[in-house]
Design a protein around this ligand. Structure first.
Ligand code: ATP
Ligand code: MG
Length: 343
């Protein structure tokens, strides 16, 4: 399959008064033509910083320290602002979690979509712009689209605003759409409708999508493949069936256990991984998940494990290294005692 985006060894930090925040510490993944790649992980794992690095929308305090982002023959880490402006909204579009922050409250939504098209297609006449916007509103199923073109963002519900954002993002038929938790703020039914719509539009335009979320349940519904991030690193990557059937990383197991399910009772539904994510100004030397991992051994805190890869499935965990020293494994002492007794 054709690769449209290739991120390799990406490291992005923020230089703050309290030190260097190492938000992304060596991330690699590929997006293929027409696929939906999920990026999943808890708050602070580096998902948004990764996507903001791709679009070069980072704060002034940010530095891309290492790595490359190949997109249509260009390394985006090396593009200047003018080159990035030609790519943003045109070739790569983004949908954010909070549409209010990306819509101008003072301009009717229809005009905002038209402006978006005009930047990249100055040749379009006003009637053409209006017609196209109308079609987009129909496609994302905004009721009474003709009337709604003239509405202001505050006159829309959260779900409808998110549809406007999707219309805007698709206005120029981008090759890649990055959706950063676009449904988190919405209730489940609306969330479901938006996800279905994204899927339909993705098929129609053969757009590739990076879908960022902390919910593996949403990933299961929408994505073809998933990258699991934690502590600024990729812990595991696999096809969607593979990650649910054969998860390899204890962090992925933790995320799987915290998927809300109708069959689980309330206490279970709220189950999340105990402990909290690492401080990225002083990230752990070894596996970032080691302090919270029920299977951690001494080596996990001391050193980062290499990736184990088989086909499209890879994970970084010392448990997958048969020769890794087992000292400190919570089961180690018990196993040794049981072995001794058996002899
Ligand atoms: N502008 C910034 N200045 C300093 N640190 C930042 C900045 N933006 C993000 N960070 C830090 O970078 C790390 C990764 O943040 P990021 O926003 O990518 O997390 P995330 O995975 O998107 O989380 P969430 O699910 O909450 O959106 C965090 O430790 C965060 O505090
Ligand atoms: Mg985020």
């Amino acid at each position: 399959m054709e690769e449209i985006l290739k991120v390799e060894g990406l490291k992005t930090s923020f230089m703050t008064s309290s030190g260097e925040v190492q938000a992304v510490r060596g991330v690699s993944f590929t997006v293929h033509k027409g696929e939906i790649l999920g990026i999943v992980g808890e708050s602070g794992s580096g998902k948004s910083v990764t996507s903001m690095t791709i679009l070069r929308l980072l704060a002034d305090t940010a530095r891309i320290k290492e790595g490359s982002i190949q997109f249509e023959g260009k390394d985006l880490t090396k593009c200047n602002e003018k080159e990035m402006r030609a790519i943003r909204g045109q070739k790569i579009a983004m949908i954010f979690q909070d549409p209010m922050s990306s819509l101008n409250p003072l301009i009717p939504v229809g005009r905002q979509v038209e402006e978006m098209m005009k930047i990249h297609h100055p040749e379009l006449k006003p009637e053409e712009l209006k017609q196209r916007t109308l079609e987009l509103f129909e496609q994302v199923r905004i009721p009474e689209p003709e009337k709604r073109l003239k509405s202001y963002p505050h006159e829309f519900s959260g779900g409808m605003r998110q549809r406007v954002m999707i219309a805007m993002a698709l206005a120029n038929h981008p090759d890649l759409l990055i959706a950063d938790e676009p449904t988190t703020a919405l209730d489940v039914t609306i969330q479901d409708q938006i996800l279905k719509q994204l899927r339909t539009l993705q098929k129609q335009y053969d757009t590739s999508i990076i879908f960022i979320t902390h919910d593996l349940g949403v990933v299961a519904e929408l994505c073809d493949r998933v990258v699991v991030m934690y502590g600024g690193l990729v812990m595991e990557e696999a096809g969607i069936d593979e990650i649910f059937e054969h998860p390899l990383h204890p962090y992925t197991l933790g995320l799987l256990a915290s998927i809300p399910g109708i069959n689980k009772d309330k206490a279970e539904r709220l189950q999340s991984i105990p402990g909290s994510p690492p401080d990225m100004t002083n990230p752990p030397k070894g596996c970032p998940f080691a302090p919270r991992c029920p299977y951690a051994r001494n080596i996990c805190a001391a050193e980062c494990p290499p990736y184990v890869q088989a086909g499209g499935h890879r994970a970084m965990c010392w448990l997958l290294q048969p020769d890794a020293p087992a000292e400190g494994n919570p089961l180690y002492g018990k196993l040794a005692a049981a072995e001794k007794e058996a002899k």
